[in-house]
Design a protein around this ligand. Structure first.
Ligand code: CTP
Length: 408
């Protein structure tokens, strides 16, 4: 399930070289579960044929208002009433000017005027047309009228020179649309909740070029952050990993060592409703940090590292716990439930996610996981082996069922 599942989305395509990118966006929306229909201008049909959109969406394309032979069917109103989300992509200067002035002189503009659904505008045009005061005035009018407008990207234009006016990449458009839609959906289960997620393995420096870390990829924490956002929460992701793409709409704070992770979580803890400690925090760090690269001893003798314990973040924060619902993780290779239960109690957690990382497909690095959810005085719940996204959803739905973040 995503926020797009079964949504009726109408994509209005106007004519520009960027029209082809609408195809990629439509495919991505459909992959997310949206049902997409297309209305297009006659100029758009000079760039991409209606048949391409029709084949892709498996829905009729609205382009000419006067083609219907059904006397009971007003094409633009039927599509306008069906629409739950309307996206104008690419929106040319001409289409923007018409919409800003309420003009309705073809199927596309009539459908836009006739729908009450939220409208998202993704402009794309020549940079001089974009900065023209008339276009800027029209865009301002769209915002005043409650339409949501994405700022175009800067880069190489079809004209062969660089400027602002490029259609952002479809993945960027989808991320923006998803985030806008979440903000417009107040009845999501985590709306108004502040969720903090930690992810990745901390790095404990030994000298300027070396550090101690672990096999954590950060994928589980990133999945929790993304799903929490999709469920409507305001999400801060405190990440000890840098190689994963930030989930859209999520604030990312980058950290390094266990100590920097503690500082970052501690700073935000009082304003947190749900804390998900998915980070694999190093239990030890080198006792001394060498300020120069450590050299091999001349006699090639063994080297001994002295390690000192890092702070236990969850235990440190347990003393300051008020409204926070705190979720920990336990990655174990033996005595899974006994070890996890001990951590549930000693760290004063509301929920612990236990995974047996010795099993294939479970835990570190992969895209799948299988976990057991343990809560004080409740029966353990073991999930199937499934995607980390599905596991993230199960964890958060369990927390929501417990009233997470609503405690006084
Ligand atoms: N954790 C923490 N601070 C630490 C170590 C771990 O807050 N210094 C958190 C982890 O983020 C995780 C939970 O505690 O949510 C359990 O982590 P784990 O490494 O499994 O447990 P430890 O308490 O370190 O116990 P051990 O390594 O001995 O199994």
């Amino acid at each position: 399930m995503s926020i797009w599942t079964k949504r009726h989305v109408t994509v209005v395509v106007s004519g520009g070289i960027a029209s082809y990118k609408a195809l990629v966006l439509i495919r991505s929306l459909m992959k997310q579960g949206a049902v997409v229909r297309v209305a297009m201008t006659t100029h758009a049909a000079k760039f991409i044929t209606p048949l391409t959109f029709q084949t892709l969406t498996q829905q009729p394309v609205v382009i000419d208002e006067f083609t219907t032979t059904d006397p009971h069917h007003v094409v633009h109103v039927a599509l306008a009433d069906w629409t739950e989300v309307m996206i104008l992509v690419p929106a040319t200067a001409n289409l923007i000017a018409k919409v800003a002035n309420g003009l309705a002189d073809d199927a596309a503009t009539t459908t836009i005027l006739a729908t009450t659904a939220p409208k998202f505008v993704v402009p794309a045009m020549n940079s001089h047309m974009y900065v023209n005061p008339a276009t800027q005035r029209n865009l301002k009018q769209l915002t005043t009228d409650g339409l949501h407008v994405l700022t175009p990207a800067t880069g190489m234009l079809a004209e062969g020179y660089s400027g602002q006016g490029r259609l952002p990449e479809p993945a960027v458009i989808l991320a923006w649309l998803t985030d806008q839609l979440i903000q417009l959906t107040p009845d999501l289960p985590l709306a108004g909740r502040r969720v903090v997620v930690t992810a990745g393995g901390t790095r404990e420096a030994l000298d300027p070029v070396r550090f101690i870390t672990n096999r954590s990829s950060g994928k589980m924490g990133y999945a929790v952050a993304q799903v929490a956002r999709e469920l409507g929460a305001t999400v801060t992701l405190i990440s000890a990993t840098t190689h994963l793409a930030a989930p859209s709409g999520v604030k990312v704070v980058t950290v390094d060592s266990a100590q920097s992770l503690l500082t970052a979580v501690s700073d935000i803890f009082d304003d947190t409703d749900i804390l998900v400690m998915a980070a694999a925090v190093s239990d030890y760090r080198p006792a001394e940090l060498a300020d120069q690269k450590i050299k091999k001893p001349a006699d090639h003798a063994d080297l001994t590292l002295r390690l000192t314990e890092t702070p236990d973040i969850l235990k440190t924060l347990a003393a300051r716990k008020h409204q926070q619902y705190v979720i920990g993780f336990a990655a174990e290779t033996q005595s899974l439930l006994a070890n996890a239960n001990r951590k549930l109690t000693s760290k004063k957690l509301d929920l612990i996610v236990a995974n047996d990382v010795s099993k294939p497909g479970v835990g570190f690095n992969g895209d799948t996981n299988q976990v057991t959810l343990l809560r004080p005085e409740q029966q353990p719940v073991t999930t199937e082996l499934t995607t980390k996204t599905a596991i993230a959803k199960q964890i958060l739905m369990t927390a929501i069922a417990d009233g997470a973040g609503t405690q006084a």
